[in-house]
Design a protein around this ligand. Structure first.
Ligand code: HEM
Length: 431
């Protein structure tokens, strides 16, 4: 391409308006942040619960901002239309470019909306506090009320949540596909057609900027303020109705769960086991364990709990048994470093509740029923799930070489627990 024709192309171009440029890059960065944080918070198992909880709240905050900024971006675009496409582009290229842009706008609205619907439908009922500030509660959408009217009696709450999670994930990942096409188009214009492309979206450079219709500024700002302010006011109204005082919902009032919804305070909790050795009580202590608990008395069908025990951390207070605990006839922690308890079928029972599931020790998995109580603690900042279950140690190959009949060490071993937990959305869990 000759210099003069480049000059002609360049002169035929204007860049985007400053408002469009600012909104474009802010939203683009926010979406990249959302993708990275969204994937990390869902898939990085090693992440501490407290950090995961904070990331969820930031993810929701930035996602809501993307929604508001997108509405402002659309208004801005209506008032300040984008500069014309390169005159050299073919009709097909123009159509492809328009489709990609349309796809971006659709995703910029649908992805945050699907995330918002997801948290609104979640049994957890964890509130969304923008910027982690309890005073900035963002409301939940009435998803439960809307969907049954679309398909009465056909969809269960859990299916709605799962479906929305699936949709949110794949719609969000579609951003990556569009991004590839978007960058490919921009690179093609820059490198193959040798016409300005990236520079049209940069605030500095040789390209002329079109006259901005300044009325776009108050309109875009009004949309952001109305969308954010309206949501926050609705959040306050929700809060006032639910608590009757306008004060943040107490954690104890919403003991609802979803994965990670209860943050179990291991330091305050107790997990041990008891047996009899030669007629005297023996206590075993579990030093390291982790519990993931989803539980709500109102949604027992969705409750589940997984307790993972580091077998090397198990000790007993009996000097006869202690040397065997980690050995082959004990928990054999070298070969079986973890034992797990997975509970999934919860029901109301005489004493409170009972859960059924599977206990796996030394690779042997057996069914177990765990009755437990679930009460608020004295100062109302947490709940305590306390219970016990008795198992036959020999069924798990524990002590079968040394004492298969229970002559010294009883075969019946009672696992006891008192888990102190706060709902993930509560201030006490955030600490
Ligand atoms: C542009 C905006 C957004 C993007 C790009 C985005 C992206 C993502 C991604 C990539 C994931 C991981 C999905 C997975 O691997 O399972 C995710 C998860 C999640 N997002 Fe978003 N998100 C956005 C907005 C929102 C909003 C506004 C909310 C709520 C107000 C939200 C709530 C959630 C939740 C609760 C999850 C976890 C889902 C699960 O546990 O399976 N997101 N998001």
């Amino acid at each position: 391409m000759s210099v003069s024709s480049t000059t002609t192309w360049t002169q035929a171009y204007t860049r985007y308006s400053l408002g469009a440029i600012l909104l474009h890059w802010t939203i683009a960065l926010a979406i990249l942040f959302q993708l990275a944080v969204g994937l990390a918070m869902v898939h990085l198992d090693a992440m501490p619960d407290a950090l995961r909880f904070a990331l969820f709240q930031w993810h929701k905050t930035i996602g809501i901002l993307v929604l508001c900024l997108t509405l402002a971006r659309i208004a801005w675009r209506l008032v300040n239309p984008p500069p014309a496409l390169a005159p050299i582009t073919s009709r097909d290229e123009r159509a492809a470019s328009s489709l990609v842009h349309l796809g971006f706008y659709a995703l910029m609205l649908i992805v945050p909306l699907s995330g918002w619907m997801l948290v609104s439908a979640a049994a957890a009922g964890i509130p969304t506090y923008l910027f982690l500030l309890e005073s900035l509660e963002w409301p939940h959408l009435p998803v439960d009320a809307l969907l049954p009217s679309v398909a009465p009696g056909q969809i269960e709450a859990g299916q709605i949540e799962d479906g929305l999670g699936f949709a949110h994930k794949w719609l969000a990942l579609s951003f990556l596909g569009l991004l590839v096409l978007h960058l490919a188009g921009a690179l093609k214009h820059s490198l193959v057609d040798a016409v300005p492309s990236f520079s049209r979206m940069l605030p500095h450079g040789g390209l002329a900027r079109p006259q901005t219709r300044l009325v776009g500024i108050p309109i875009a700002l009004a949309i952001i303020v109305a969308a954010l302010g309206g949501g926050l006011l609705a959040g306050q109204a929700d809060l006032a109705t639910s608590s009757g005082s306008g004060v943040a919902r107490p954690a104890a009032a919403t003991p609802q769960g979803a994965a990670g919804d209860w943050i179990v305070d291991a330091a305050e909790s107790r997990l041990d086991f008891a047996a009899q050795f030669s007629g005297k009580p023996l206590t075993g202590t579990v030093g390291a364990w982790q519990a993931d608990v989803r539980f709500s008395p109102d949604a027992l069908e969705r409750a589940q709990a997984t307790v993972t025990i580091d077998t090397a951390s198990i000790t007993v207070d009996n000097s006869f048994v202690a040397p065997q605990v980690q050995g082959k006839d004990g928990f054999d922690s070298d070969t079986h470093p973890t034992a797990t308890l997975v509970l999934s079928q919860f029901r109301a029972a005489d004493a409170g509740y009972a859960a059924e599931g599977t206990l796996t020790i030394k690779g042997k998995s057996l069914p177990v029923t765990v009755p437990f109580t679930f009460d608020e603690n004295a100062d109302g900042t947490a709940h305590v799930a306390a219970g016990s279950a008795t198992v036959d140690r020999t069924a798990f190959d524990l002590g079968v070489s040394n004492d298969p009949t229970g002559q010294y060490l009883d075969k019946a071993v009672t696992i006891r627990f008192a888990l102190v937990a706060a709902p993930a959305g509560s201030p006490s869990a955030e600490r």
